[in-house]
Design a protein around this ligand. Sequence first.
Ligand SMILES: Nc1ncnc2c1ncn2[C@@H]1O[C@H](COP(=O)(O)OP(=O)(O)OP(=O)(O)O)[C@@H](O)[C@H]1O
Length: 325
Amino acid sequence: MPAISFQSVSKAYPSPRGPQGSTFLALDRVSLDVEEGEFFGLLGPNGAGKTTLISILAGLTRANSGTVTVLGHDVQLDYAQARRKLGVVPQELVFDPFFNVREALRFQSGYFGIRRNDAWIDELLESLGLTDKANANMRQLSGGMKRRVLVAQALVHKPPVIVLDEPTAGVDVELRQTLWQFISKLNKLGHTVLLTTHYLEEAEALCGRIAMLKSGRVVALDSTSALLKSGTSNLLRFKIDGELPQTLAAQARVTGRVVQFPAQDAQAIEQYLAAVREAGLTALDVEIRRADLEDVFLSVMAANGDEASSPGAVASLQAKGALAT
Ligand SMILES: Nc1ncnc2c1ncn2[C@@H]1O[C@H](COP(=O)(O)OP(=O)(O)OP(=O)(O)O)[C@@H](O)[C@H]1O
């Protein structure tokens, strides 16, 4: 049985631009399963529908159609059981200003009907570096500290399925490391983790499988290693001292003065460098690097209607079948 199952989930919101009463699809028949024990990444650009999907999972928003289950419990028909299996760390910093940290965690335990939870609460406080803040009022905490409390709140009932919606947005390196150490430990103990993040290096390091959403549709779904292999294996990267001719620019990803070409082999590298020389330009700081998840992500997004990235890498991904159709 999957830990989380989305089957053909669609969600329409009122359209901000169209005529009165018109809607647009924030989620368009999304289907994906997260298996028990997985560390699963849900990636996508702003507005792709990640938070909407998580809100439906957490019972905060209703889908217009489709089925969502948590360990077999339907999030609508069997809400209480589904919710009990889930620990959700929301993107927004929501907290009760009248409680101190320990009280907030005790209150949350009470919400799930758990009494005498102090041993686990102490462990959460310790693991998240909050022990010395246990008696501090929530209002007195910095943004990063509040985020730690949100993580602790989500885990207070030891949920088998942990959902983190951009937990490291705007937080410092120390918290990120503390958080990922702790979440990885829980994952090793068997907890399933679903993570959304814009930090692609974190997703690459942590997630065994990844789904990419674009405009409410799943556009890629595979193991992280297969996604990495599906991209152009190497990239030729350099800076130029002028404007790249159109024919060359069409094959490259250009960011200001930095140019990147897919570099399948030495011949391709020589050809690109020769073409740059023939155009009267000088390539500076030349390096060859392995494609990372960010390259794959940009290629997938480009293949699905974002012109901003490398056509060469897209062709490579399509040829290897990594892109959902
Ligand atoms: N309550 C709402 N009413 C109307 N439109 C909404 C509502 N919530 C989200 N949307 C729209 O639905 C789309 C998906 O939004 P969502 O927040 O799910 O995206 P996201 O992938 O989480 O984005 P981000 O990375 O910016 O957090 C966006 O176009 C957003 O403007």
